[in-house]
Design a protein around this ligand. Structure first.
Ligand SMILES: Nc1ncnc2c1ncn2[C@@H]1O[C@H](COP(=O)(O)OP(=O)(O)OP(=O)(O)O)[C@@H](O)[C@H]1O
Length: 588
């Protein structure tokens, strides 16, 4: 029940606040509340991309401004009824956002501060275009003649009610995303975009969708605000106030919680009202600055982050932290089994033909061809730098191959995005574990279950499946901890649980034993046997020879990016060319 209380609370607060104009409050209160709601919408909409997915944008002013000028143009110049301009404002802002995102999000290098600066540039480009064309023409656009729809008793109250509706919708949207499979994907992107893609999250589409929603909400509120100020100019619209203010509000409130930006918006709007009026305006601004600095220093995760940490709730949703929130079903002791060992055993599951990959002229893989048979454990061996990890990275879609084919069953996966390869049935672990650091252990596994595993479309369903894999990997008691609380051995098992939750046909294990103690190695070896016994085919990259000999059915040895030898483990390891490759001296 706890989860559903939030949307009910948002709607109830909206209904109560909708009654205020009819109580004949002084218009001062209406204007203050209008502004607080205005900033709630802008900060919350910004947070959907920038807080949830971690793509820090300074371009929110551009999308807000697109909405302002869409309404100003359609209502002020073409005489459209004001309310009709609002959907148009949302669509224009979303279209501009999607057009920018479609280009920017394709480039891997455009993340972090590069994205922030680029998004800021969009604001200036848009301002220049609007200011130098007939959209604005220079002096600005007057909207005094545009009639305000008579929703409330006065024009101000009508605009207040419209902004209230926008705030209610925006908060509901933000809440719904936060507690959905989509939102979980955005959080995974936030923590490690490449790993998210490998877990099956369609990162490009998700970022575009988040940007579109964020822009549409900002555009809509821009349309309402155009009529509120009734005279719009590019200088007032496209300045740094909007992006800087929403960033501050969201950080102060907490970007990982749907309500964080709204709390920050109310706090900062209130402080501005309280401190910056009258003769103490300058002092007031100083005090606000100080409060912000102290807030960010002592609550780097924002007010909501602090609040939730004290409540010991680190999971994606409030119910996820305490071991059984609403809708979080108990683990099913008999989940859908993996394909059983023996089913189709011996047939080629993966066929790699002529695979090549170079890094600036260095041939990491050169014309590699090999087969992995259904149900086997294939050891992939070779000295350091021989191309084993590159093989895993190319087969799993982390890197695009330069040439070659990767057939899984009847489908060539070479060159597909990593999330499609994950969904096709190939999972991998990382040599150095790459968990999503700010998601609970449970949600780390739920991401893979929801996205790469088929047939799970909800966060609750993902958690349900994740519980089972945590049991299997002996991490059930760690479900609600953060990955940072685990030791190396447990983090490696978390990698295994994530890979298995994808319900793959083939799992690529990249040095899972590296760095473990002998006892831990023994437990990991037992675990890998159990995985194979459940029917999963395994490619096992490893330097620990005892484990290789104990586990593998066949080995393939790489040397300098090519296949040097393949066959039964003991026989292959005694071949002179293999000993030479390993030891660097001639043994023939
Ligand atoms: N992203 C990259 N950029 C440039 N060079 C790379 C990259 N990844 C791998 N290489 C190079 O490709 C070659 C093969 O590296 P790879 O990591 O695949 O070897 P490996 O067999 O897995 O080694 P190890 O056993 O040490 O993990 C090495 O020379 C390495 O430096």
């Amino acid at each position: 029940m706890r989860l559903r209380r939030a949307p009910a609370g948002i709607v109830a607060a909206g209904v109560l606040m909708a009654a205020l104009p009819f109580l004949k409050l002084p218009s001062f209160y209406e204007s203050f509340l209008y502004l607080a709601l205005f900033w709630i919408v802008l900060a919350t909409s910004w947070n959907i991309l920038s807080g949830y997915a971690g793509y820090f944008s300074f371009g929110h002013g551009a999308f807000f401004g697109a909405g302002v000028y869409t309404t100003a143009t359609l209502a002020g110049k073409f005489g459209w009824p004001f309310l009709w301009t609002l959907p148009a404002a949302a669509i224009v802002a979303a279209a501009i956002g999607v057009a920018v995102g479609a280009v920017v999000f394709r480039v891997r290098g455009i993340r972090g501060e590069v994205f922030a600066l680029l998004s800021l540039a969009v604001t200036f480009v848009l301002a220049t275009i609007i200011g130098n064309t007939s959209i604005d023409g220079g002096p600005g656009v007057y909207l005094n003649a545009v009639p305000v729809p008579a929703i409330g008793p006065t024009p101000t109250s009508s605009l207040y009610l419209l902004m209230l509706a926008a705030a209610v919708v925006t908060l509901l949207v933000s809440w719904a995303i936060r507690h959905s499979r989509f939102g979980a994907g955005l959080f995974a992107i936030h923590d490690d975009e490449d790993a998210a893609e490998v877990m099956g999250v369609p990162t490009y589409r998700w970022k575009l969708a988040a940007l579109a929603v964020s822009c549409a909400l900002a555009g809509w509120v821009g349309g309402i605000h155009a009529l509120f100020i009734s005279y719009v100019t590019t200088a007032e619209t496209f300045n740094l106030t909007v992006p800087l203010t929403v960033v501050l509000m969201s950080i102060l409130g907490g970007t990982r919680h749907w309500a964080g930006p709204a709390i920050g918006a109310v706090a900062i709007t209130g402080l501005l009202f309280a401190f910056t009026g009258g003769q103490y305006a300058v002092l007031g601004k100083g005090v606000i600055g100080l409060i912000l600095v102290v807030g960010v220093l002592f609550m780097p995760q924002g007010f909501m982050g602090r609040f939730r940490r004290t409540s010991k709730q680190n999971s994606l949703a409030p119910g996820g932290g305490g071991g059984g929130g609403e809708g979080e079903a108990r683990p099913d002791p008999h989940p859908n089994p993996l394909p059983q060992a023996g089913e189709g055993a011996g047939e080629a599951l993966l066929r790699v033909i002529g695979l090549s990959k170079s890094f600036r002229g260095l041939k990491a893989l050169s014309n590699v061809s090999l087969e992995v048979r259904q149900g086997e454990i294939l050891g992939l061996l070779g000295p350091n730098g021989s191309g084993k990890s590159t093989f895993i990275n190319v087969v799993s879609g982390h890197f695009l191959p330069d040439a070659g084919e990767v057939w899984l069953g009847g489908r060539d996966l070479a060159g597909l995005p990593a999330h499609d390869i994950a969904r096709a049935g190939i999972a991998r672990t990382y040599q150095i574990p790459r968990p999503f650091p700010q998601l609970s252990v449970l949600d780390n596994v739920a991401i893979a279950a929801m996205y790469a595993g088929r047939g799970i479309s909800t966060l609750d369903g993902g958690r349900h499946a994740a519980h089972e894999w945590l049991e299997f990997t002996h991490l059930a008691d760690k479900a609600h901890q953060l990955p940072g609380d685990l030791n190396l051995h447990q983090r490696k098992f978390l990698e295994l649980a994530r890979a298995l939750a994808a319900r793959p046909q083939l799992v690529l294990l990249d040095e899972v034993l590296c760095g473990l103690t002998p006892t831990e190695i023994q437990s990991a070896v037992t675990q890998i046997r159990r995985i194979r016994d459940q029917g999963t085919t395994i490619v096992f990259v490893e330097h620990v020879m005892d484990a290789v000999m104990a586990l593998t059915d066949r080995v393939v040895v790489f040397d300098q990016g090519t296949v040097l030898a393949e066959g039964a483990p003991r026989e292959v390891m005694q071949r002179p060319e293999v000993m030479t490759a390993y030891l660097g001296v001639a043994h023939a």
